[in-house]
Design a protein around this ligand. Structure first.
Ligand code: UDP
Ligand code: MN
Length: 757
């Protein structure tokens, strides 16, 4: 003993100190290494996504999935690429990627994977980004780690490196994947059963490094571009966008669908997949197996993480309305908001239950959500439809900004601040995130192309279209700049609450689903606001081929009625294009009651909103819709003369382009008209008359250049039970109706100019 004590004196003491210090150093080093590995893994994921993007860009020329509008209009360069899998060549159709496409035909989507579609091997998801990077053999592994360590360093120095916090390997409970069983806890209060560790209120838990909890403040000049490329310069206090992903339970890297990877079902589970498909019109069976707080790849353009946003952004109420939403997707939506929104900017989450019928959405949902103080549930006493359900949420919201989301989404990291920043800069800006695709079949998180914006085609069919190249060049746009968006997709956007009410909210007369995105878009633009897509804000959404819920009335009639309300209030003279492109039957007011529009028309006057012509010229100038189908002289082939209207009577004359009396229009309402006068059959059906044009009078409509090619040049009276064609008398002294003959040149008519659309 004495010897030891002696030994510890003098040089011995120094040795002991060195030994203890080394042990402490070693322990610290191990801890640091463990932390680094977490960051490395998240960085690996990011690198992989970026690499995939590069590959997909290179392959784009040949393998781009060209997606287009469904009939009746075609076009659009819409590409969907699959995270970790290159461009998607499977059956994702634009119908899955756009809302309110008029006819959401069952045949288009909602399809189950076919037996002959290639199946991914069952173990694939286990070799996701995460494990592949760590488990690959020597050189590959080293290379990857070196690369990512560099990446990590620079990330750290930017002060925003927590993207995905996870520890390897931890098995997370499965309880989050299925509806929790309700039981009584010791206080007699009902609560969900969780395996340990118990899930706590996420917003109160921080696994952040200090740097995220206290964002780096700076007074650096904030230079941002507005939608028109104008530079907004501001010197207020700002910080780098917070890229949170808070989880209080470490994530299981091997869980199904983790990191947005495709999840797979064994072939013997196909029947189960099919059985449950209709519950949500996507792979519900699989969704229930994926963690409700899974990580998704950070798909933002690289520079987004560097963007500065103001410290004093307004906070938001997030409003989800839902009807019979699938349990796991509803929970994943809520968790993604809780986990990835800076808590101080999230006032609350309002769940508006639009009179769901499913039992699990009642007490069980209350119980589950009771662990999150910020979540409020509002239950409607009867089915209102998404428009009025959202309005109910808006009416009780306490946040300065309203953020509407669909109930089957996953918000990506850093999604919220870029949206709020835009509202902060201008309260009349209505920002939308980029809507990415969560595959309805394998639940993978898919990337979408840059520079996409929401547009419409006639008859008010929503779709996506890339910004014209020239516009991008002219405005010197980068992939992270806000994109002016003529029409929002509908489901996801933020709006200043006061402004939303000033605008008169949505037209509350719209029922169930459909057309409300057109309505709010026209209203915003025409009444002084702006809609933007914010590339630094990204939210995944499951696009379904069919609405999984019932419509209280006929689905098609509901959508048509909504669209007709929008057309009547907002389209001015262009409403003819809406009716003329497939909704002729709606012109007959007796066939459909679109309800009272007085309030909406008054509102438009009160807000002094601009014309639809202004909207087309300024917001969607690349559309340039012609107001008529054809115009100019009306030439009769047999007679080789032109129709002329003089002193209230029709006759034929030598064709003369400069003569106004020979100018007629063939309108979208299928009128052959000069000013207010329409040519109409008359008497017993063989004569004709000039009448004041009336949209509701079927006798005023003529088919011309219709798909029937044999009679394409004819003017066919639409009203007659038998097909009758307009015919010129051989001497040019009569104009009458006759049985249609495809070769009769006196029944063939030609306008000077046809507008194809
Ligand atoms: N929704 C609702 N009531 C309805 C119809 C829809 O609350 O009568 C909700 C629905 O659950 C979803 C949102 O409104 O959260 C948008 O509907 P959906 O996802 O069907 O629209 P899509 O994305 O297919 O256009
Ligand atoms: Mn949806």
């Amino acid at each position: 003993m004495m010897r030891i004590r002696r030994y510890l004196r003098g040089s011995g003491r120094v040795l002991a100190f060195v030994f203890i210090a080394s042990v402490i150093w070693l322990l610290l080093d191990m801890a640091a290494l463990r932390m680094s590995m977490d960051d490395v893994n998240s960085q690996l994921l990011k690198e992989r996504v970026i690499r995939d993007r590069e590959i997909s860009k290179q392959q784009r020329g040949t393998q781009l999935v060209k997606q287009g509008f469904k009939n009746p209009v075609q076009r659009v360069d819409f590409a969907v690429t699959r995270a970790g899998k290159g461009p998607l060549s499977s059956s994702i159709k634009l119908a899955h990627v756009y809302r309110h496409g008029g006819q959401k035909a069952g045949h288009q989507g909602g399809h189950l994977p076919k037996a002959d579609e290639p199946k991914h091997v069952a173990s694939e998801h286990k070799e996701g980004h995460y494990n592949v990077a760590l488990k690959q053999d020597g050189p590959a592994k080293k290379k990857a780690v070196d690369l990512d360590l560099n990446g990590m360093k620079s990330e750290t120095s930017r002060g925003m490196d927590v993207i995905i916090k996870r520890t390897l390997p931890v098995v997370v409970s499965n309880t989050t994947q299925v509806p929790p069983v309700v039981h009584k806890n010791k206080h007699g209060k009902k609560g969900p059963i969780h395996s340990e560790p118990k899930v706590e209120t996420v917003t109160e838990v921080s696994v952040l490094k200090p740097v995220e909890a206290h964002p780096v403040k700076t007074t650096t000049k904030l230079i941002q571009k507005d939608g028109k490329g104008k530079v907004v310069d501001d010197t207020a206090s700002v910080h780098k966008v917070i890229s949170l992903d808070l989880t209080n339970v470490p994530r299981d890297a091997n869980a199904m669908g983790q990191f947005g990877q495709a999840a797979l079902v064994a072939s013997n589970e196909d029947a189960e997949v099919k059985k449950r498909w209709n519950e949500g019109h996507f792979n519900v069976f699989l969704s229930d197996k994926i963690p409700v707080d899974r990580a998704v790849p950070d798909t933002r353009p690289e520079m987004c993480a560097q963007h500065l946003v103001h410290d004093n952004l307004p906070s938001t109420s997030v409003i989800f309305c839902f009807v019979d939403e699938v349990w796991s997707t509803l929970l994943r939506s809520v968790h993604s908001v809780l986990n990835r929104s800076p808590p101080h900017l999230l006032t609350e989450i309002i769940l508006v239950d639009d009179f769901s019928t499913k039992d699990y959405l009642k007490e069980q949902l209350d119980t589950y959500m009771s662990q999150f103080p910020k979540v409020r549930i509002i239950r409607l006493k009867e089915r209102q439809g998404l428009i009025r359900a959202r309005l109910t949420g808006a009416a009780v919201a306490k946040g300065e900004v309203l953020t509407f989301l669909d109930s089957h989404i996953e918000c990506n990291v850093g999604w919220l601040e870029p949206l709020l920043e835009r509202v902060y800069l201008d309260r009349k800006k209505v920002p939308c995130p980029v809507i990415e695709v969560i595959s309805d079949k394998d639940m993978s998180y898919l990337l979408v192309d840059n520079f996409q914006r929401g547009v419409f085609k006639w008859p008010l069919v929503f779709g996506w279209s890339a910004l014209p190249e020239e516009y991008i060049r002219k405005n010197n746009m980068t992939v992270s700049d806000p994109i002016r968006c003529p029409v929002m997709a509908g489901g996801l956007f933020s709006i200043d609450k006061k402004y939303f009410f000033e605008l008169g909210t949505y037209d509350p007369g719209l029922d169930v689903w459909g057309g409300e995105n057109m309505e709010i878009s026209f209203k915003i633009w025409m009444c002084g606001g702006e809609i933007e897509i914010i590339p630094c804000s990204r939210v995944g959404h499951i696009f379904r081929g069919q609405n999984p819920y019932k419509f209280p009335k006929d689905r098609q009639k509901t959508v048509e009625r909504n669209l007709a309300r929008v057309a009547e209030v907002w389209l001015d003279e262009y409403k003819d294009l809406f009716y003329g492109h497939g909704y002729h039957h709606l012109r007959d007011r007796k066939a459909i009651n679109i309800g009272n529009l007085t309030d909406q028309i008054e509102l438009r006057k009160k807000l002094k909103c601009k014309s639809f012509q202004w909207y087309l010229d300024n917001v969607y100038p690349d559309m340039k819709p012609p107001l008529v189908q054809a115009e100019g002289l009306v030439f009769n082939r047999g007679l080789r003369k032109c129709l002329t209207l003089q002193k209230g009577s029709l006759s034929f004359d030598t064709c003369d382009l400069s003569s106004q009396s020979q100018h007629f229009n063939y309108t979208w309402m299928r009128h052959v008209r000069q000013q207010d006068l329409c040519i109409a059959p008359h008497g017993n059906g063989s004569g004709f008359a000039l009448q004041l044009c009336d949209n509701a009078v079927p006798e005023h409509r003529w088919l011309h250049k219709s798909s029937n090619s044999a009679l394409a040049d004819h003017l066919i009276a639409e009203y007659a039970s038998k097909r009758m064609c307009l015919e010129a008398g051989p001497k040019g002294d009569t104009l009458h109706l006759n049985s249609c003959e495809s070769r009769n040149a006196f029944q063939k008519w030609e306008f000077t100019k046809y507008h194809t659309q």
